[in-house]
Design a protein around this ligand. Structure first.
Ligand code: SF4
Length: 177
């Protein structure tokens, strides 16, 4: 078997939805060479070559696979977590076993632009995040050079829908919140 185990090692409430949980788990080996095959097989995934991650949605969940670990957000409960880890192990092993039949794809689907991310930011240009404008901040966040949590205004209660959109965008790019 290509991937023997996935071991859960972190479990916490989601940052934007305390009724859901997020987890991290360790893979028993580096699986990054399978990413281009997963990219072909799972049509809705994002292969981020620069970050060496593969991210995809499964129902309501956002799954980000790193070379030797995985982060999953928006799980319903621990049962959902274990079932999703089992699913993940199965799909990785299935895709690896079919590598001779699958044409690997190194393409990334279109990434969100800084302007798209900017539309969800507070647009105050207050500089509290350490950047001169919200657009400059959005550019850094999309490049993985800045954490979105640095914008404290985004996490104010009245911005709930916006920060959920932003966090989904960040998670799908394979970055941590
Ligand atoms: S802290 Fe937020 S609102 Fe202020 S400039 Fe940075 S991104 Fe814009």
């Amino acid at each position: 078997m290509y991937l023997d185990d996935i071991t859960l090692n972190f479990i916490q409430p989601c940052t934007t939805d305390s009724l859901r949980i997020r987890i991290k788990a360790i893979l028993s080996r580096d699986i990054s060479k399978v990413f281009p095959y997963l990219n072909t097989h799972l049509k809705n995934g994002i292969y981020n070559k620069n970050a060496n991650t593969f991210t995809f949605n499964k129902e309501h969940k956002i799954i980000t696979i790193y070379s030797d670990n995985v982060a999953i957000a928006k799980l319903l409960n621990e049962t959902d977590a274990f079932e999703t880890l089992d699913y993940l192990k199965d799909i990785i092993n299935e895709v690896d076993s079919k590598r001779d039949e699958i044409e690997p794809s190194y393409e990334m689907i279109k990434l969100p632009s800084p302007l798209e991310l900017y539309t969800y930011l507070p647009k105050l240009n207050c500089k509290k995040c350490g950047h001169p404008t919200c657009l400059a901040f959005a550019t850094k966040v999309l490049n993985g050079q800045e954490k979105v949590k640095k914008c404290l205004h985004l996490y104010e209660k009245h911005n709930k829908e916006n920060y959920e959109e932003v966090e989904n965008m960040i998670l799908l790019l394979g970055y941590e919140i």
